[in-house]
Design a protein around this ligand. Structure first.
Ligand SMILES: Nc1ncnc2c1ncn2[C@@H]1O[C@H](COP(=O)(O)OP(=O)(O)OP(=O)(O)O)[C@@H](O)[C@H]1O
Ligand SMILES: [Mg+2]
Length: 278
């Protein structure tokens, strides 16, 4: 039996199992072989290899996740196939998956409840699963930090999830369409420049970080209005952008909790939830 936590984000796929961890860009690319190539069929690539393939003049680059939801089923399926394939035991010289008795917990944004069935179906078509639960992504962060009551903020590449939990039950929440990609867009960098987080280390970026936090604070204040006793946990790669943490803390007037690995936090907690399903 293998337990797996899967977080397919707008920017990066994160996946954790009993034996391995993987993280790669949410990118899929393909091209037709040229007439002088011996190979037949599409040349396809996922993750960092897709970013490389995209340099080929004939390649098509697809970002299969938008605002944390699948927008291209086939390409999303390839991200999930690689993520799960990376973290399950292999057998033989060609490394075929050897253990298909999988318990998988997958996370979706707060406002993507309607996608649960289609994501479950898609994963079940790729791998034989014992259980496949598709739930709230940020519940992963809550479980990762071992709390039951908290206001969880996950500042990702495409959305910022803000959800208040009481006894692990989501009582209020919102998916805000302001996230790290706002800063990239304002910086005018290419679609995949976010792969190098150094792009956020400039004076211009600092100015755009202030604008991003200002945009998020409105929803954060309204969700936390009657719940000021709850600790605030912030996960997601966005919290690692220079000055984001301090700016949020100065707006809130109190310290926030950051998980040990904010980028992997949702996937780590989803993995713990999947382990409980065994
Ligand atoms: N040190 C860092 N490590 C990882 N990501 C970082 C870091 N600094 C900034 N980032 C940025 O965080 C974003 C990725 O965060 P994350 O993986 O949490 O997003 P996501 O889960 O893919 O998106 P979403 O949750 O919105 O669907 C990228 O824009 C990335 O450049
Ligand atoms: Mg995310």
């Amino acid at each position: 039996m293998t337990s797996i936590g899967l977080d397919v984000g707008t920017g990066f796929v994160k996946c954790v199992s009993d034996i391995a961890v993987t993280r790669f860009p949410s990118l899929y690319a393909y091209r037709q072989p040229s007439s002088w190539e011996d190979r037949k069929g599409l040349v396809e690539a996922v993750g960092y290899e897709a970013a490389n393939l995209a340099r080929h003049p004939d390649a098509v680059l697809i970002r299969p996740v938008m605002l944390g939801r699948p927008i291209n089923e086939r390409a999303f399926g390839e991200l999930a196939r690689k993520a799960i394939g990376d973290v399950i035991p292999k057998k033989g010289a060609v490394g075929e998956p050897s253990n298909l008795n999988l318990d998988i917990a997958v996370g979706l944004p707060y406002d993507a409840r309607g996608e649960r069935q289609s994501v479950r179906r898609l994963i079940s078509r790729l791998y034989e699963t014992n259980s496949c639960n598709v739930g709230l992504q940020v519940l992963g962060t809550l479980v990762d930090v071992d709390l039951k009551d908290a206001l969880v903020v996950s500042l990702g590449h495409g959305t910022t999830e803000i959800v208040a939990f009481q006894n692990r039950v989501p009582v209020k929440g919102v998916s805000v369409h302001n996230a790290a990609s706002d800063v990239c867009e304002r910086l005018g960098v290419s679609k995949i420049s976010y792969l190098d987080s150094n792009i956020f280390c400039t004076a211009k970026a600092r100015q755009y970080v202030t604008m991003l936090v200002d945009a998020i604070m409105d929803d954060l204040n309204s969700i936390s209005k009657d719940l000021s006793e709850l600790p605030v946990i912030v996960s997601g790669g966005g919290i690692l952008i220079p000055h984001v943490k301090e700016t949020i803390e100065s707006h809130l007037g109190r310290e926030i909790i950051m998980p040990q690995d904010p980028v992997m936090s949702n996937a780590n907690g989803l993995y713990k939830l999947a382990s409980l399903a065994c």
